[in-house]
Design a protein around this ligand. Structure first.
Ligand SMILES: [Zn+2]
Ligand SMILES: [Zn+2]
Length: 314
């Protein structure tokens, strides 16, 4: 049984122990000392532990007679190891399952797109239509922003979302806006020659941050002054494309000048202004709109939040 990070899933481990008993379970994770890891390894090898629960490297556990492999939260990026030797636990699991002719179960509420595609080809998708605690699923609406553009809405907010935020504000309910990009514009391009400003080390486009008027690489942290003139052809016709949380915050503040907003992404989360502080502020001071990157969607519980908007497109 693979889990992304064992310290984040204590309830799950407890449930396994309650059901099968501690003596049947081996736990493998990075917090173990070398001695503890050795003991667990030996228990697995001798066949004393029937169930191995662990993070990605547990896929190498010396299980003799394996019957099923389960990967929980299979979309999680931690199953890929970028330390040498590089490996992906999911690929190894698939190989082992084929060799032993046993089932491999990938579990997720938000499956990895390639897993989903591969499994749908083989008719291998099993859908849980009800949630474990029987609570109802939220209503989800997908809005195609291309249609908004054709009626002249160039903002990041669809007409429908605008109405929903408005009604939330009137009813004193809170809103969370999620956007998977931070910064202001995701790339800066010369309209004359097509030059884009890239990181000299990573070869990816630099993101524009409006407050400091600087361009930053989101991979390695490289920064430079903003460009007003194309370094290639000298043209001053520089344009900003794509949108990040900073731009979203600015548009929201323009559209709803009386609403209070707070932004949470790696640019606003600092030691003093921690993750918890921002969330507490949102909760305690009843801030109207929380805007942020994936940090805002990590299973928090806000009783007063009735609208969540995602933008997962590029
Ligand atoms: Zn140019
Ligand atoms: Zn870089």
């Amino acid at each position: 049984m693979l889990v992304p990070e064992i310290s984040l899933t204590p309830q799950m481990v407890d449930r396994f122990i309650a059901r099968f008993g501690e003596e049947k379970i081996a736990l493998l994770h990075s917090k173990l000392s070398v001695g503890e890891r050795y003991d667990e390894w030996k228990r697995i090898e001798k066949g004393e532990a029937k169930i191995v629960i662990g993070a990605r490297s547990a896929i190498f556990a010396p299980v003799e007679n394996i019957g099923i492999i389960i990967i929980d939260e299979e979309h999680d990026s931690s199953y890929k190891s970028d330390m040498t030797p590089k490996y992906n636990s999911k690929e190894i699991a698939l190989y082992l399952a084929k060799q032993a002719n046993i089932p491999l179960v990938l579990g997720s509420a938000t499956p990895d797109i390639s897993s989903y595609y591969n499994l749908s080809k083989d008719d291998g998708i099993i859908t849980l239509s009800k949630r474990a605690n029987n609570s109802s699923l939220p209503q989800v609406e997908v809005i195609d922003m291309k249609n908004e553009l054709s009626v002249g809405n160039k903002s990041m907010i669809s007409k429908r979302l605008h109405e929903m935020i408005e009604s939330n504000l009137q009813n004193k309910k809170q809103t969370i806006l999620f956007l998977n990009r931070r910064g202001f514009s995701t790339f800066v391009m010369c309209r004359e020659c097509g030059y884009t400003v890239e990181c000299p080390k990573c070869n990816i486009t630099l993101t524009y941050h409006i407050r400091q008027d600087r361009l930053k690489c989101h991979y390695c942290g490289y920064e430079r002054k903003n460009v007003t003139e194309c370094p290639e052809c000298g043209s001053k016709n520089i344009r900003y494309f794509g949108a990040g949380t900073q731009k979203l915050e600015m548009q929201i503040n323009e559209m709803f000048p009386n609403a209070t907003t707070i932004r949470m992404d790696t640019d606003t989360v600092t030691k003093k202004n921690s993750y918890e502080n921002i969330l507490n502020k949102f909760k305690d001071e009843n801030i109207d709109i929380l805007i942020g990157t994936q940090m805002v969607v990590k299973g928090h519980h806000f009783p007063n939040v009735t609208l969540v908007r995602c933008n997962c497109s590029r």
